[in-house]
Write a protein that binds this ligand. Structure first.
Ligand SMILES: *Cc1c(COP(=O)(O)O)cnc(C)c1O
Length: 453
């Protein structure tokens, strides 16, 4: 299987190279050259499999350049770190309502599904290529923590994560800065997330520095992340009663469009899914897109669901590619117009099986309280956005993207209880090891020079 760029000006690459490259050199995003198709017989065969084995059966269609046993072992290792034996348990909340719990990984958010695996893929690459790798990323919270836990203690790797000092939650900071591992560097920059992101882009633009340190990015556009996320949709679909499967709508709390894209790709591979709901918080660029056909950037408004506080959905380009008839020239035109003017209007936009919703910040605590009252289930602020309004005619599976214990202040305000999780409690007594740094490329590259592997 080869991976091509949405912008059509990059040589197709095999899985391992596409994973190592991250963003395609032409600025586009990698996608599978063709979508493999799963037949009804394949799906029946998958039904009894455990999570890791299902993941292997899925990914082997894509990671065709890795020996099967290597892939199987890397996947098995990736999911042993999950605390629930079901890995991604599907809970029924009564008629037509389910929650898919994606928060049983080491950092208690769904990003662990992809980043545990990505960490092991990187580790394997270091081993077979006899090279070290230095990972650099910027985070507003969950991604950094999940990336760090994916690479924790992996020989041959170091990870540098930039985050805005004082602007991630105290627990998120502890998840990054209290690991005690030698190869982890939590860099608290004196500036905003955007300042960190700008410095990072400049560093990645320096080809000599980048090559010299074999720098790699772990952002949400990495093809391995999307593919790893397809698996839990398949897993959930297989757990539903057979009579409900064809009528299921997955409700996905959305920021960068990575999570919901994964589900949609699975549907494109022949798994009968009736719909997807893109559930945004008040940063509603995607809700506006799906309701009006216009993709227009706005200003980011900080919210109680911070991991969805984005305005430019980096994975959306993969959806655009399909929307413009898989024509890379048109993707380039859309992205250039969007970059120049901050907006693009799709003529005759067909939203297909997508619907969308937007949750104002003030609504989040009330939704948390209502879901607890009506369904006896405690949701985190991101998952709450998915519960805004469920279609009663559909079987809804809401993706629970984070554990409520990660957001104790909001939960306390909403329902008067403080959720706790043993892994977070343990962090509170551990020393914080962070490095305060200026948000300039010079300061950051100097730090990397000193600590790179
Ligand atoms: C990252 C994140 C999201 C948004 O996911 P996307 O793939 O960016 O759409 C939602 N909820 C939580 C808890 C997250 O960490």
């Amino acid at each position: 299987m080869k991976f091509i760029s949405t912008r059509g000006q990059t040589e197709p690459l095999g899985f391992s190279d596409a994973v190592a490259t991250g963003l395609a050199p032409d600025g586009g995003l990698f996608l599978p050259e063709t979508m493999p198709q799963f037949s009804a017989a394949d799906l029946a065969r998958f039904e009894p499999l455990g999570y890791a084995e299902l993941c292997f059966e899925f990914l082997r269609r894509f990671a065709t350049d890795l020996p099967a046993e290597t892939l199987r072992a890397l996947i098995a290792k990736s999911y042993t770190t999950f605390a629930d034996p079901g890995i991604a348990p599907l809970r029924s909340l009564g008629k037509n309502r389910y929650v898919l719990e994606l928060f049983h990984g080491p950092t208690l958010a769904f990003k662990d599904f992809a980043l545990q695996l990505l960490g092991n893929l990187y580790g394997h690459q270091c081993e077979v290529r006899r090279e070290t790798i230095n990972v650099l990323g910027a985070t507003s919270g969950d991604t950094g923590a999940a990336a760090i836990h994916g690479l924790l203690g992996k020989p041959g790797t170091a990870i540098f994560v930039l985050y805005p000092d004082g602007r991630v939650s105290p627990l998120q900071e502890r998840q990054m800065a209290c690991t005690g591992a030698e190869n982890i560097f939590a860099l608290a920059v004196d500036g905003s997330f955007d300042d960190a992101q700008t410095a990072l882009k400049e560093i990645f633009g320096d080809q000599i520095f980048r090559k010299h340190h074999r720098l790699s990015a772990v952002n949400s556009v990495n093809i391995a992340r999307v593919l790893a996320q397809c698996v839990y949709y398949l897993w959930a679909w297989l757990r539903l009663p057979a009579a409900e499967r064809g009528n299921v709508e997955f409700v996905v709390p959305t920021g960068n469009f990575g999570n919901v894209l994964a589900g949609w790709w699975l549907q494109q591979m022949g798994v009968p899914i009736a719909g997807f709901k893109v559930a945004t918080n008040q940063n509603d660029i995607l809700h506006r897109m799906f309701s009006t056909g216009e993709y227009r950037v706005g200003a980011v408004q900080p919210s109680a669901a911070p991991s969805m506080d984005i305005q430019v959905a980096s994975n959306f380009e993969r959806f655009i590619y399909a929307g413009v008839g898989r024509d890379p020239a048109r993707v380039r035109e859309v992205m250039a117009t969007f970059k120049a003017t901050g907006a693009y209007r799709f003529e005759q936009f067909d939203r297909g099986i997508f619907s969308s919703s937007c949750c104002a910040d003030a609504e989040i605590p009330a939704i948390i309280a209502r879901v607890l009252r009506e369904d006896g289930y405690l949701v985190d602020p991101h998952t709450a956005c998915g519960f805004k309004e469920l279609n009663p005619d559909r079987v809804s599976v809401v993706l629970a993207t984070a554990s409520p214990a990660k957001f104790p202040e909001t939960i306390q305000t909403a329902v008067g209880i403080e959720p706790k999780h043993p892994s977070l409690e343990a962090l509170k007594s551990r020393p914080i090891k962070k490095h305060l740094i200026k948000a300039t490329p010079a300061a950051i590259t100097a730090f990397i020079e000193r600590h790179a592997v």
